[in-house]
Design a protein around this ligand. Structure first.
Ligand SMILES: [Fe+2]
Length: 284
C-alpha cells in the first residue's frame, strides 16, 4: 500500500484512500563473485559445443543458440553454474514469500541453453512462459567489449505490457515503458517467465556469450496458464493474422447487421439550417 502524498491539495480528505500495486513483476539480479575462472571454462565449453552443433533458431536473430539441453551437459563448469542457478532461485522465492521453505530445497527442473552473439545479433521481444517454465533467467559469461551500460552492449530490455496509463507530463514518450538491465560478467538475472523482454542488438567486436534457463517447481502454479498456452499453438505462432480473423469475422458480421439501424438513426446535416443554439441565420 502506498501512503498518500505529504501535501494535501484536495478540498476533501482523501488520505484514507488505499492504493495497492497489484501483480508486480519480481526481478532479481546478483553478481556472483570470483567468477573469472568459471566464466573462462564456460566460454570454452560453449564454443566447443558450437563447433559440433548447428544450434537452433528461436527468438534469436543471428548468432548461435544451443539446443535446450545444457542442463544435461556434464562439464564441471556447467554443473557449478547450474548449482548457482538453483541457489539464486531459492533466494528469489524466499525473498518473495518471506521465508525459506524446505519444500523448495528440492524438486526444481531446469531447462537451459547457451547463446553466442556477434555484431548485429539480437533477440526479438518474447517471453518464456510454458508448462514447465515459471521463472527464467540469464547468466552473462562474457558480455563482449561494449562498456557497461552503453547502447549496443546487448542489454536485456524488460517491457511493461500491463497497458496501465503513465504520466505523459513526466515521460512524454508513451512507448518508453521498459527497463534496461546492463550485462556484466558473472551477473545472473531471474524474472517471471511471463515478463516480456528482448536483447538489444550487440555492436561489439568480440563474442558475447550468455546462458539462459527456465525453471519449474511443482510447488508453484500459474493461474490461467492453460488458457494462455492454448493461444500459443502452432497456428497462433505462424498464422496469427488468420487466427485473429477467425475471431473477428463473427464480430464483424454482427456489426454489419447493425448497419441498417445505424443508417436510419444517422442525422444528415442540412447546410441551410442554422447551427444548433443559434437564433440567427449564418448567411444573413
Ligand atoms: Fe529470453
Amino acid at each position: 500500500m502506498i501512503s498518500p502524498p505529504a501535501q494535501q491539495e484536495h478540498p476533501s480528505d482523501l488520505s484514507g484512500a488505499s492504493l495497492q500495486l497489484l501483480f508486480p513483476s519480481p526481478v532479481m539480479y546478483f553478481d556472483w563473485p570470483e567468477s573469472e575462472a568459471l566464466n573462462a571454462s564456460l566460454r570454452d565449453v560453449v564454443l566447443e559445443r558450437r563447433r559440433s552443433s548447428a544450434g537452433t533458431v528461436k527468438t534469436n536473430r543471428g548468432g548461435w543458440q544451443s539446443n535446450t539441453d545444457l542442463q544435461d551437459w556434464t562439464e564441471p563448469a556447467v554443473r557449478q553454474l547450474l548449482d548457482r542457478v538453483l541457489e539464486l532461485a531459492k533466494e528469489y522465492v524466499a525473498r518473495q514469500t518471506g521465508r525459506r521453505d524446505p519444500a523448495f530445497e528440492q524438486g526444481w527442473k531446469i531447462r537451459a541453453w547457451a547463446n553466442v552473439n556477434e555484431r548485429g545479433h539480437f533477440n526479438r521481444v518474447h517471453d518464456h512462459l510454458g508448462k514447465y517454465s515459471f521463472f527464467s533467467g540469464v547468466y552473462y559469461v562474457n558480455v563482449g567489449d561494449i562498456e557497461e551500460g552503453r547502447a549496443g552492449g546487448g542489454r536485456t530490455r524488460f517491457e511493461d505490457w500491463s497497458l496501465v496509463a503513465i504520466d505523459t507530463n513526466r515521460e512524454p514518450d508513451v512507448l518508453r515503458r521498459d527497463v534496461l538491465m546492463s550485462p556484466r560478467n558473472g551477473r545472473m538475472l531471474l524474472f517471471p517467465s511471463s515478463l516480456m523482454h528482448s536483447v538489444e542488438r550487440y555492436e561489439g567486436d568480440t563474442q558475447r556469450i550468455t546462458l539462459a534457463f527456465n525453471l519449474y517447481h511443482p510447488g508453484f502454479g500459474i493461474p490461467r496458464l492453460d488458457q494462455r498456452l492454448q493461444q500459443q499453438g502452432w497456428w497462433w505462432t505462424n498464422f496469427r493474422g488468420i487466427m485473429v480473423l477467425r475471431r473477428k469475422i463473427p464480430e464483424k458480421l454482427y456489426a454489419l447487421c447493425l448497419l441498417p439501424r445505424m443508417m436510419a438513426a444517422r442525422r444528415v446535416p442540412n447546410p441551410l439550417s442554422p447551427p444548433p443554439g443559434s437564433s440567427t441565420c449564418r448567411w444573413r
